[in-house]
Write a protein that binds this ligand. Structure first.
Ligand code: ZN
Length: 329
């Protein structure tokens, strides 16, 4: 992008993950000017982690070619649990030892910039709404499929944070009551326990143990079995892998339909581990949704893959800074 196409003011977005930090400077219409990533080193504790967050932010500003003074504010997306109004992390499972941490204010102090905290999946949903696959919509639901299932909801430009900072935790929607699988949160029957990338691999390992039929998946060492590999086997015609992917599409469709019947959004998006699965997988989700949703919703709500990939988190976090600190908003 040439300097002329950039639209001030500018915001710094930082996406904190258990393994990596991704950050970038974003302009007033959601275009990223830079993107850098750095290891979180979460196991070295919050002091090192916050220093790394600040370093990732400084590098992103440096890579954008802007001066530090041109940055209006900072948005930080973080995995939960958290209290958004006070900017505190509570007990984040992916960041062991970062408990009861005033992360927003600690980062603001290090960077000497006004900073806003948001849940990472909410930030990603806002990124897609602002500058990705949800651009030009008014209402959006995003499911991010990784180790867990994150979810974010944007309605008329507002993120649904909930009264206690735990709105849109739709990875924990209950989709099974009897003989239910345990979710990583400890609960039973939650969507995440069935359809996260991790859960799909776990289901594949179990299926290989119980089902003695021939399968391409048997040729893959257990520690190399990924969602992508399972999908590739399905595309190659493997019946066990095809069944796993079909079931996964159905679980995700159940989750999507619950949200459609609650929110009635313009669009439902999926991002993360299963995106490489391509159109047949998306079409399977759409078919299952059509079979389960109210006819009007099945007809009108669009179901798509997200567009921004791993950049959605920092772009959306920058968008949250824009919402919080832009004078024109
Ligand atoms: Zn759960």
């Amino acid at each position: 992008m040439s300097a002329l196409d950039r639209q001030p003011p500018y915001y710094l977005g930082i996406d904190l993950g258990g393994t990596n930090i991704k950050s970038g400077v974003v302009d007033d219409v959601g275009q990223p000017l830079s993107s850098v990533s750095l290891e979180t080193e979460a196991d070295r504790g919050p002091d090192v982690g916050i220093a790394n967050l600040a370093e990732a932010g400084r590098r992103a500003v440096s890579a954008s070619g802007l001066s530090w003074d041109e940055i209006t504010g900072v948005g930080l997306g973080s995995p939960g649990t958290m209290d958004l109004p006070s900017g505190m992390l509570l007990e984040p499972p992916n960041l062991p030892g970062w408990n009861q941490l005033p992360i927003r204010d600690l980062l603001a102090k290090q960077l000497d910039k006004q900073t806003v905290l948001q849940n990472d999946a909410n930030a990603a949903a806002y990124g897609e709404y602002w500058a990705g696959a949800g651009r030009n919509t008014r209402s959006l639901v995003l499911f991010t499929l990784g180790t867990g299932i994150g979810c974010g909801i944007v309605e008329e430009g507002r993120i649904i944070e909930g009264r206690h900072s735990h709105g849109a935790e739709c990875g924990h929607i209950i989709i099974q009551m009897e003989n239910a699988r345990q979710c990583s949160c400890g609960g039973y029957g939650h969507l995440e326990g069935y359809a996260s990338a991790t859960a799909v691999v776990k289901r594949a390992v179990e299926a290989l143990e119980h089902d003695r039929s021939a399968s391409l998946l048997r040729k893959i060492p257990k520690d190399e079995l990924t969602c992508r590999a399972i999908d590739q086997a399905a595309v190659a015609g493997d019946s066990l892998a095809s069944r796993l992917m079909r079931e996964t599409a159905r679980y995700l469709a159940v989750g999507a339909v619950c949200l459609m019947h609650t929110i009635d959004p313009d669009i439902v998006l999926f991002s993360g581990g299963m995106i490489g699965a391509g159109l047949p997988f998306l079409e399977a989700i759409r078919n299952d949704i059509r079979a389960m949703a109210f006819p009007t919703l099945a007809q009108k709500v669009r179901v798509e893959y997200a567009a921004l990939g791993e950049d959605a988190g920092f772009i959306g976090a920058a968008g949250c800074a824009r919402m919080a600190f832009s004078k024109s908003q």
